[in-house]
Design a protein around this ligand. Structure first.
Ligand code: 6PG
Length: 229
């Protein structure tokens, strides 16, 4: 299920989302000494990253990771890691820990196995998950066009390798089952085009056709949708 929070301006959304996430992270650190957050890449979250980076939080006890990453060099314009380093791991958030999904040159079975062990012990379940959504209804790198779409929903491993056919780059993504355990899930989207995609996602039920449906329609999941014009 989902609740929608609408904003006239993207800057207001960015600040409101950052404030809400900050409260959750503070509470998590207070109750268990640490907190984890996975953010998404793409073009939407930059302003939110900047707003969150300026909030005074116990950053040294907070680990940031990505819901998914493209398997590209860190200096590539396509690197979500780079996006996070340049926009979120700044200002007050410079003290935060970052869990790298892109390790080494090749996404081998061995690398994946090591990452799965580390993610399970250090990050999961996530305290906060910020999802994005593509025009095709993908979220994280759960791509409807990929041969791995069944595995995206069925694997109990935290992470998997995905090769989208309609988007560039090999990807690593948290699986649906690991993402759905997140304690607080947000979907951050903006623009009328994304509203149309959201409405299309709400109009039918096939999750493998539009993976975002799994997060907004599953009665066990409560997704806060943040949308700005
Ligand atoms: C990625 C993402 C992906 C993204 C959506 C929306 O690395 O590609 O994590 O799931 O969130 O594609 O991207 P935009 O914000 O660019 O529309």
């Amino acid at each position: 299920m989902y609740q929608i929070n609408e904003f006239k301006q993207r800057e207001s959304l960015d600040q409101a989302l950052a404030n809400q996430v900050a409260v959750i992270l503070v509470e998590a650190v207070k109750s268990k000494g640490k907190a984890s957050i996975a953010v998404s890449g793409g073009s939407t979250p930059k302003g939110f990253f900047k707003a969150l980076s300026q909030i005074d939080l116990p950053w040294a006890n907070i680990t940031i990771t990505l819901a998914d990453e493209r398997w590209v060099a860190f200096d590539s314009a396509d690197s979500n890691t780079r996006l996070v380093h340049e926009n979120l791991l700044q200002n007050k958030a410079v003290a935060a820990n970052f869990f790298h999904l892109k390790q080494g040159n090749i996404l081998s079975e061995e690398t994946l196995a090591d990452l799965n062990v580390a993610a399970a012990s250090m990050l999961l379940p996530l305290d906060v998950l910020i999802l994005g959504m593509g025009e095709d209804g993908h979220t994280a790198s759960l791509f409807p066009c990929s041969d791995q779409i069944d595995e995206c929903f069925s694997t109990s491993a935290p992470l998997l390798r995905v090769l989208p056919k309609t988007a560039p780059n090999e990807r690593i993504s948290f699986s649906f089952l690991s993402l759905k355990e997140s304690k607080n899930i947000f979907l951050h989207i903006s623009g009328t085009g994304k509203k149309v995609v959201l409405n299309k996602a709400l109009a039918d039920t096939n999750i493998k056709e539009m993976p975002i449906r799994a997060f907004i329609q599953d009665p066990e999941i409560n997704t806060q949708v943040f949308w700005a014009e």
